[in-house]
Design a protein around this ligand. Structure first.
Ligand code: ZN
Length: 267
């Protein structure tokens, strides 16, 4: 039995982006632990942006606790385990001058990580501690498609650790962002179009539906709703010149052997 750590920026990302692969790994007898980075609780008062998000999610109080409970149920469906780090989501963070980091909704995708070096070092240290405790055979994490600052921070921390510790590491295509951001992720080179079964994608959708507060934000007015997850799996298989269903992963140029590690775990 291998140990796979799946490093998720927010409480829904690992399931949404790699839930089919996580299901396949667990079905193959491996242990998958989802480590969520930005699961820290905020203190009032909220910024206008955070209040807007909470309203959109239909959550008036204890948004982090509500989202963690959704996550517990989703992760239980897949049979994974869970660890949460207590970094604050970007919408609850302040910058060096004491102003809200995210002043308007679009800032999450434009602020970038240059000004975020202190928290990047803290996240890298925290994930390093988890790696030392769990000694994973494979690390999964976000590519950073969509350029959400928290996804970029998580991706960069994992890239640093993958090189530092010579760890087999693969980067998923961030959902929902992959629907409009399909360029190869910056700094990642070799891709794997991992074929998945109907059962894997069905389990992924069953799990994802527990993130009920996120439904409107994830799928806007798309009448396909949660079935969009299956549509994306079809489109990713097609992008790899395959029929069927797939999730796509990227590896660092320095470590293309990571793809062999995942394939061997599922063979
Ligand atoms: Zn996210």
């Amino acid at each position: 039995m291998a140990v796979i750590l799946s490093i998720s920026p927010h409480v829904d990302d690992a399931v949404l982006s790699a839930g089919g692969t996580i299901d396949a790994l667990i079905q193959a007898g491996h242990q998958v632990e989802i480590v969520t980075v930005f699961a820290g609780d905020y203190e009032a008062p909220l910024s206008e942006v955070a209040a807007t998000y909470h309203a959109e999610w239909g959550i008036t109080n204890d948004a982090v606790a509500v989202r963690c409970r959704e996550d517990d149920r989703a992760i239980a469906v897949l049979g994974a385990s869970s660890t949460r780090l207590r970094f604050l989501d970007a919408i609850y963070r302040k910058d060096d001058t004491g102003n809200w980091l995210i002043q308007q909704l679009s800032d999450t995708e434009t602020v970038g990580i240059k000004s975020q070096q202190i928290i990047l070092a803290q996240i890298t240290d925290a994930i390093r501690n988890v790696l030392q405790a769990k000694k994973p055979d494979l690390l999964l994490g976000p590519s950073g498609l969509g350029r959400h600052v928290d996804h970029l921070l998580t991706s960069q921390a994992i890239r640093n650790l993958a090189v530092e510790q010579q760890l087999a590491t693969l980067f998923w295509e961030d959902i929902p962002y992959v629907q409009w951001d399909t360029l190869p992720p910056c700094g990642l080179f070799t891709s794997l179009y991992l074929p998945l079964s109907e059962g894997n994608i069905t389990q992924k959708i069953l799990a994802a539906q527990f993130y009920a507060s996120q439904k409107d934000m994830l799928w806007w007015n798309n009448p396909r709703g949660w079935n969009t997850i299956r549509d994306i799996a079809v489109s990713r298989a097609n992008a790899g010149d395959n029929t069927g269903l797939a999730e796509v992963f990227w590896s660092l140029a320095q470590a293309p052997a990571s793809i062999n590690v995942l394939q061997a775990l599922l063979s």
